[in-house]
Design a protein around this ligand. Sequence first.
Ligand code: NAD
Ligand code: MG
Length: 391
Amino acid sequence: MKQKVIILGSTGSIGQNTLQVLAQHADAFDVVGLGAGTRWKALATQARYWKPQCVALANGAHAELAGAAPAGCRVITGPDALTRLVEETPCDCVVSAIVGAAGLPATLRAVELGRKVAIANKEALVVAGSVLMPLARRTGATILPIDSEHSAVFQALQAGRREDVERIVLTASGGPFRTATPAELARVTPADALQHPTWDMGPKITIDSATMMNKALEIIEARWLFDMPHDRIDVVIHPESIVHSLVEYRDGSVIAQLGTPDMRTPIQYALTYPQRLPCPAERLCLHTLGKMTFFAPDAERFPALRIGHAVAQRGGTLGAVLNAANEEANKLFRSGAIAFTDIAALTEEVLDQHDCIAEPDLPALLAADGWARQRLAQCAARITEHAARSR
Ligand code: NAD
Ligand code: MG
């Protein structure tokens, strides 16, 4: 029996890598649904190749997509299209690879339906891990990590008993500005920040890697996926991105997962777990690699890590606020409206102004998300108005 797979965010970086993995194992998987945001042409091209039962597009272009989709393929469009795709297409596995909090509703639906969910969309966990994880326990949904660090931790956790785990160590490449001075950081342009030294990813996460907000989100992601308190989650800078993360046990043994930086490896593991199949990613050769380096993170130049720990510790609505403020600041930086260092500064300003609700339900989390986006826009307007006046 082939595993029936739906990919949410199929036109993105993770989506395309997922389709490459599935193409290698066409005897084991059947693509039954594909969903994306706006790029209807790319979605239609994928649909003609994979012939899914249904395609879904969040933003308009119904007639165009319907005209270009293969015969017999159902087409759904509109804001709730991806949630409906999950609801109305029976499947074994949903790959959650939309970027941002926009991925939450369809991911939530997949968890409600008790599906296996291979999750790349870390923002959904950052916003609503407190809702998704207990829900998965109730419905029997399995949530398997795609994020490379969390896949590594998930693999290393299989070496021992949960009660013997002392801490998790997430590795971080440090991004393109690892050695930049504060003055250099203040002058970083979007083009500079969109060049990542080791990973080829979508634009939002590439900027998040440069600010290290990605690691802040990953601390919170790990807190929910592995039910681990924030003070037992550490970060180490590892520029080569070969050790994908580590788990330290109470006897001092440290178990790590290594490999070349290629997202197809963690994506495939989430899809085939507990099996392992051959993978097209380049093999790791330690002889050629020669050496690996590790450094302590610098919290002065990269305040995101401190922010991530504080939010993971306090929880409540703060994850939703952090994520929403960062999404908006990330977008403003990419559009040239604010400086690179404003991203963390403005995000922290919004967090400081938030009245945290300790045990929020889903509506409270969504309200916090909306509030943070508005507040971030107001705080950023101060900067853009000041820049306009001094011109
Ligand atoms: P991307 O920008 O390349 O792709 C995003 C996908 O989401 C696209 O298919 C887009 O059409 C879809 N999308 C965007 N907004 C949407 C909306 N409102 N409704 C429906 N679909 C929408 O992003 P990516 O790099 O593939 O990242 C996807 C997720 O995976 C992110 O959460 C990211 O943090 C995570 N992730 C990515 C990588 C990587 O290597 N790219 C690694 C680890 C984790
Ligand atoms: Mg990662």
